[in-house]
Ligand binder design. Structure first.
Ligand SMILES: [Zn+2]
Length: 234
């Protein structure tokens, strides 16, 4: 058995575990971020709905005031009718009253439209408020799950790193630094068994003489094709 190779493969096994754990950690953030973004979008939409409701309520109040104002005018005209002494004045007062009545009818029509729109806007807002409550609850749950998962992964990473540190001690320094250099650009694996006469990673054929040396001495060699460490499987 080749002790260097065994130690190197054990080191790589720990690194693969750590790599997998780090990828799991990395996947946790987007989950939280996605919920945050949905909440921000929903909050924006709600703010717009609230503004729209506010604007419509202002219109409603304004039209109601106008209706009250014009009805008061009609009442005043009606009162004046009693005091009218000639036909000309009566005709003028009647015309004025009819005009005011027509305005009130139009304004009441406007009010119906405004009320209907306000109902719709309030329904939308209500729906958004419900959605936000559901989302906030989901966010709470997700945060709890992510925190628990992160704690579990952090624990596993600590164990794997401790194991890696122990194993690293057993790998020859020059081989370890070669391996570490390769892993800077290539993860998770940097060591490959040869596949027949070729590199197990990139399938580049290895010249017979090198192959021969590797199989006889158990040497660990760098692939000229892709730069990984190769060994001849026993
Ligand atoms: Zn290769």
């Amino acid at each position: 058995m080749n002790n260097d190779l065994d130690a190197l493969l054990a080191l790589q096994a720990d690194d693969v575990v750590i790599h997998g754990l780090e990828e799991r950690l990395g996947a946790l953030e987007p989950r939280i971020r996605e919920l945050d973004q949905r909440r921000a979008r929903l909050t924006d939409a709600m703010r717009r709905s609230e503004d729209a409701v506010g604007d419509e309520e202002k219109k409603q109040a304004w039209v109601r005031d106008k209706i009250a104002e014009h009805k008061a005018l009609i009442d005043r005209n009606a009162a004046q009718m009693d005091a009218v002494t000639n036909m000309k004045m009566a005709a003028a007062a009647t015309a004025q009253m009819e005009q005011a009545k027509a305005i009130v009818v139009a304004e009441e029509g406007d009010l119906v439209v405004i009320n209907r729109k306000l109902d719709e806007l309030r329904a939308v807002l209500h729906g958004q408020q419900g959605e936000l409550a559901v989302l906030a609850a989901a966010q709470e749950v997700a945060r709890g799950e992510v925190a628990a998962e992160r704690a579990e992964i952090d624990g596993a990473v600590a164990v794997a790193r401790a194991s890696r540190a122990r194993v690293a001690e057993t790998v020859t320094a020059s081989l370890r630094s070669k391996y570490d250099r390769i892993r800077v650009r290539r993860q998770p694996e940097a060591v490959f068994a040869m596949n027949g006469f070729s590199c197990g990673a990139c399938d580049t054929a290895i010249p017979m003489q090198r192959r021969h040396i590797m199989s006889n001495t158990g040497a660990i060699d760098v692939c000229e094709g892709c730069g990984v460490l190769m060994y001849f499987p026993s």
